[in-house]
Design a binder for this molecule. Structure first.
Ligand code: SF4
Length: 485
């Protein structure tokens, strides 16, 4: 859908959002480019940070490996290619999708991934394979268009996971889909196969906009699809993109009103990001189309948050809104990215983030091209393209960066769990600059109710975390660099 680039300060490394699984909204959505963030009211208060050794125990590496893990499964094919999309997607091959081969390859790679120690591929020492049954947090079937797969693919993956992992009865299993009639016909079968949450990419409610985006569904099909889906799935997320070329504030307001009237349990409301390499990018570069300027985009963002809230949808992340803000209506899978859990990514181009047996964290990158990926799975058991070790600094920056894009914010306890109890929070959080941002009503400290709960002391008060205010969330891409020490 949309993509933005994130800068990790410790390494000056940029991450394209398309390097992450679908619907990892922190990465995918266009960060609202709103008002310039100027930390106002420079505070003269002095800050003191002090670790509370008794408060948070370091996570033993064994425990870290036993933490719940999420699984992302990438289905790479689409009926047509959308003009704005920079994801790893491919037209359905001329002879049709080879479902049997794809399913075999996915299961082969999944089997490998659940016992895999990335140290081996990263040139580090070889460790024993993990014998433990890992507890699962969520499974996400994304793409591409995974609703073009067979429901059998879902049931095979889930069946295998149940046989080797601890799978909670109510575990979230999300399927992404587009509202075409072909896909809607199969929704009951996908539910029977084990999906219990549906994420539908509606994107717009007008035929002209849908054509501009290169979508292969019509507005009428979108209405029918939502209606049918609501009779089958209890948990439904609808995706919309705002900030489209030529879109006015009044037009978005009217469209959003109709979108919210569907009454889904969750909405993902993204700002359109113009991605390099897409047809849309070329059109914008040529001046053939013009996207809304920063001021209009800021107004659209504010209107989005305001209308969602008035209709009972609480913003819990920059572009994510859950009915009444309930945990059960939020995307558990996306939250696992933002909260720093391990996730295993399988399928062409899928990415993962996993701890190795020696306590090093790795990013994993699968081979992009579906045919090459399947051949690698058949010959070596997996289609791994690259394994990149993360430094502790990168892990912590990511926790801060992603945490501050959510209303829950970043927990210092979580930072200590990854870094160790002796880790001083002010090594990653610039306390003085953060205090300024707190004074400017862009961030707020989350105070601890007891010393057990605390991770740090700021200005004589016990603090366990940091979160954005509504005002701060609107400009969070400018706030975060100031927070990181
Ligand atoms: S359907 Fe989704 S993945 Fe496929 S081209 Fe369109 S936006 Fe990209």
């Amino acid at each position: 859908m949309t993509q933005t680039w994130l800068l990790l300060r410790s390494t000056n490394e940029t991450w394209p959002s398309s390097h992450l699984p679908r619907l990892c909204t922190s990465y995918r959505m266009g960060i609202p480019r709103l008002h310039v963030c100027r930390a106002t009211a420079r505070s003269t208060r002095r800050s003191l940070t002090r670790p509370f050794a008794s408060a948070v125990r370091p996570i033993a590496h064994e425990i870290r490996l036993d933490a719940p893990v999420s699984v992302y499964v990438h289905w790479p094919y689409c009926q047509s290619k959308c003009t704005y999309c920079a994801f790893n997607k491919y037209h359905i091959p001329a002879g049709g999708q080879d479902h049997d081969r794809m399913e075999r390859a996915l299961l082969t790679e999944l089997r490998h991934a659940l016992t895999y120690d990335p140290n081996e591929d990263a040139g580090g020492p070889a460790f024993v394979k993990r014998p433990r049954r890992r507890k699962l947090n969520s499974v996400y079937f994304g793409g591409g268009t995974p609703s073009l797969a067979r429901p059998l693919m879902i049931s095979k993956v889930l069946e295998y996971l149940r046989s080797v992992c601890d799978v909670p009865n109510d575990m979230e299993v999300t399927l992404e889909g587009n509202p075409t009639s072909v896909e809607v016909e199969l929704l009951k079968d996908f539910k029977a196969a084990g999906a219990n949450r549906l994420s539908l990419g509606l994107q717009a409610l007008g035929d002209k906009d849908l054509r501009f985006f290169g979508r292969d569904h019509s507005a009428a099909e979108a209405h029918t699809a939502v209606e049918k889906a609501q009779g089958i799935f209890h948990r439904i997320s609808l995706d919309f993109i705002w900030g489209r070329p030529g879109q006015t504030l009044a037009a978005w307001e009217s469209e959003l009103k109709r979108a919210l009237s569907f009454g889904a349990t969750h909405y993902s409301l993204y700002q359109l990001t113009v991605e390099r390499g897409t047809p849309l990018f070329k059109d914008v570069a040529k001046g053939a189309v013009v996207v809304p300027d920063d001021d209009l985009a800021a107004d659209m963002y504010e209107k989005t948050v305001e209308m969602a809230s008035e209709n009972g949808y609480h913003q819990y992340e920059v572009s994510s809104f859950a009915w009444h803000g309930l945990e059960t209506n939020r995307s558990q899978h996306n939250q696992s990215y933002w909260r720093g859990y391990d996730y295993i990514g399988i399928g062409p181009g899928a990415h993962g983030r996993v701890y190795g047996a020696d306590g090093t964290r790795f990013r994993t990158f699968r081979t992009l091209d579906p045919n090459s990926w399947m051949t690698e799975c058949e010959t070596t058991g997996q289609g791994m393209r690259r394994v990149v070790p993360m430094t502790l600094r990168q892990t912590l920056e990511e926790l801060v960066l992603l945490g501050l894009r959510t209303m829950d914010g970043v927990s210092f306890g979580t930072i200590r769990q990854h870094a160790g109890v002796e880790y001083s929070i002010d090594s990653i959080i610039n306390i003085a600059a953060t205090n300024d941002l707190v004074s400017g009503d862009l961030l707020e400290w989350v105070y601890a109710t007891s010393e057990m709960d605390a991770a740090v002391e700021v200005d004589g008060r016990l603090v366990r975390g940091l979160r954005p205010t509504r005002k701060g969330l609107a400009v969070i891409d400018r706030v975060v660099p100031e927070v990181i020490a």
